[in-house]
Design a protein around this ligand. Structure first.
Ligand SMILES: [Ca+2]
Ligand SMILES: [Ca+2]
Length: 97
């Protein structure tokens, strides 16, 4: 899965899920504009009697252009969201095993 963060016709960055075991993710900064992009993975968990979103991974590309990878194993029974932000733009979606 590859999703792109765009602004003014430029691709600022991408959020990528490589369906391996363990699952591997990357955020890539695709645009040399002096600013980075940040990705995040959240999981819905039961805390006491209510469900809350918890940040499991948060990482950036490490600079203005390039990719950074993380491993995070998502499980079939879990509920997850991803998001990607940078330069005032924001995209997100759900994550499936
Ligand atoms: Ca950039
Ligand atoms: Ca998995």
């Amino acid at each position: 899965m590859h999703r792109f963060l765009e602004k003014g016709g430029n691709k600022l960055g991408s959020f990528n899920h490589y369906d391996a075991e363990p699952d591997t993710f990357s955020v890539c900064d695709l645009h040399p504009n002096g600013a980075g992009v940040t990705g995040e993975i959240q999981e819905l968990i039961l805390a006491g009697s209510k469900y809350i979103w918890v940040t499991r991974k948060k990482w950036d590309d490490g600079g203005d252009v390039g990719c950074d990878y993380v491993e995070f194993n998502i499980r079939e029974k879990g509920v997850y969201m991803w998001e990607l932000r940078g330069s005032g733009e924001y995209i997100n979606g759900d994550l499936k095993e």
